[in-house]
Write a protein that binds this ligand. Structure first.
Ligand code: ATP
Length: 453
């Protein structure tokens, strides 16, 4: 069962410290959210799982963490300055602004139902900022609208420093910024978000096969994170809706609480980007028409040793949104259950590797020195195993602690009681089954490692 409504998720996220409206005490800014104590752990765990599968578990990829501020030249060559726009419509009656494709039927304003609307005009989604101390408009940068352009501009650096050969990929996670006309649906459409992108470089002619490979691989990964396969849909993007760089794109859609929308896109970007950033274009046949007079001095190409010629690799790009992943996984994990005939509980049945807190150690009696000291020692030993955050809960209210940890998705709670002092064992309570078992302190590390691996 997933959450019934977005409101339920929003309420849980605020109550338990996953997400807060950004700049809240001054009224907030639309389209910006802050990750709280639980949110930051959860988001980091999701990113770590992606990095593990994209970099550590493969033998054909490298990682990168490039700058967010991007030269306008890069984004000119990538096509973003000219084409990264949404159609903007003004309502003359209530002065609200909308994306043309989000109007009500019969082209009415979603706010006041008026039909008195302007013609759609292109609105560029990139944020600009001044570079250096003199803000005279002559020196500016964009906040990157996608993480991948710096992967392309670093293509040669990475080739030269790692001696990789095609096929190989470069992975990057990090912030991206889009001045969305109508941010909405909680963290689904925001103005500052994170992406997890892999650019996988292949020989032209092998691109269709690699594209299929990555579509399937990415669906498999989301299922491994806890999304039910039936809630993921493979959607072929219509030819007339393809981004300017794409030969074919398949969206992986998820059934969010507000409806089915894109969670990740897997695009065949051809040689568009590397081609556009390359100066010595006479050497190759390039599909890209964007920049014939590139000012880049670098040849972003590789040598085909068999045929003894240079070529520009094609790129397959699985591009996932971290925030949309967080929303989808919270929705999947949300449960409401009857504990008995009078009591209900909410729990997040997250996969243990994603849970913000891995274990809570709870002394039965608050401030009892013996119990608390032993709890601290157990907490510290588990923390040293390096599997994620472990917390000590010294509030003395076991029931309240169980409820809180169910709601934030902590897989196990360890209670340290008076029996612990004598029998040298703790009670371990499982989040999903609520079953309890006693585990000896001596075996606790082994038990814990086994549980999380
Ligand atoms: P949409 O059609 O929903 O605007 P898009 O096709 O423009 O998305 P891409 O450019 O393919 O998105 O970006 C890759 C991924 O980045 C998306 O699948 C999504 O998960 C994430 N993403 C894009 N825009 C936003 C946003 N405004 N807020 C949150 N995540 C976003």
């Amino acid at each position: 069962m997933t959450a019934k409504t977005m409101e339920e998720l929003v309420s849980l996220c605020k109550r338990r410290g996953f997400l807060f409206q950004s700049n809240d005490i001054y009224g907030g800014i639309k389209g910006l959210y802050d990750y709280g104590p639980m949110g930051v752990e959860f988001k980091n765990n999701l990113k770590q799982a992606w990095w593990k599968s994209m970099v550590y578990e493969r033998d054909d990829t490298e990682g990168l963490d490039a700058s967010i501020l991007s030269s306008p030249v890069v984004l000119k060559h990538s096509g973003h300055e000219d084409t990264f726009t949404d159609p903007l419509v003004d309502c003359r009656a209530c002065k609200s602004r909308w994306r043309a494709d989000q109007l009500l039927e019969n082209n009415k304003c979603p706010n006041c139902n008026s039909e008195d609307l302007t013609e759609p005009r292109p609105f560029n989604l990139m944020f600009k900022t001044a570079i250096g101390p003199v803000d005279d408009g002559s020196s500016f940068a964009y906040l990157r609208p996608e993480t991948c352009q710096q992967i392309f501009t670093n293509f040669k650096n990475i080739l030269d420093s790692t001696s990789r050969t095609v096929p190989f990929g470069i992975a990057q996670m990090g912030k991206a910024f889009r001045n969305e006309i109508t941010p909405r649906n909680f963290i689904f459409r925001v103005r500052e978000f994170e992406q997890m992108e892999l650019e996988f470089f292949v020989k032209p002619g092998t691109d269709d096969e690699w594209h299929e490979y990555w579509i399937n691989k990415r669906i498999e990964w989301w299922v491994n994170q806890g999304i039910k396969k039936e809630n993921l849909k493979k959607i072929e993007v219509e030819k007339n809706e393809l981004a300017h760089y794409s030969k074919r794109t398949v969206d992986i859609n998820y059934v969010f609480p507000h409806g089915e929308e894109e969670l990740e896109g897997v695009a065949n970007r051809t040689d568009f980007d590397l081609g556009s950033h390359t100066k010595n274009q006479n050497d190759f046949k390039i599909t890209s028409e964007v920049m014939k007079n590139s000012s880049s001095t670098t040849k972003l190409a590789v040598q085909d040793l068999e045929e003894n010629k240079w070529y520009i690799p094609y790129v397959i790009e699985p591009s996932a949104g971290v925030d949309r992943g967080v929303l989808a996984l919270l929705n999947e994990a949300y449960r409401e259950e009857n504990v008995d005939k009078d009591n209900k509980r909410i729990l997040l049945s997250l996969k243990p590797h994603l849970s913000p807190i891995k274990a809570a150690v709870i002394p039965l009696k608050k401030n009892n020195e013996e119990l608390v000291n032993l709890s601290k020692e157990i907490k510290s030993n588990l923390q040293k195993l390096g599997l994620g955050r472990v917390v000590l809960e010294n509030s003395g209210n076991i029931g309240k602690n169980y409820r809180r940890h169910d709601e934030i998705g902590t897989p196990i709670c360890l209670t340290v009681d008076f029996e612990t002092l004598e029998a040298k064992s703790v009670t371990v309570r499982d989040r999903d089954t609520m079953k309890q078992e006693r585990v000896s302190i001596e075996n606790l590390s082994e038990y814990y490692k086994k549980y999380f691996n």
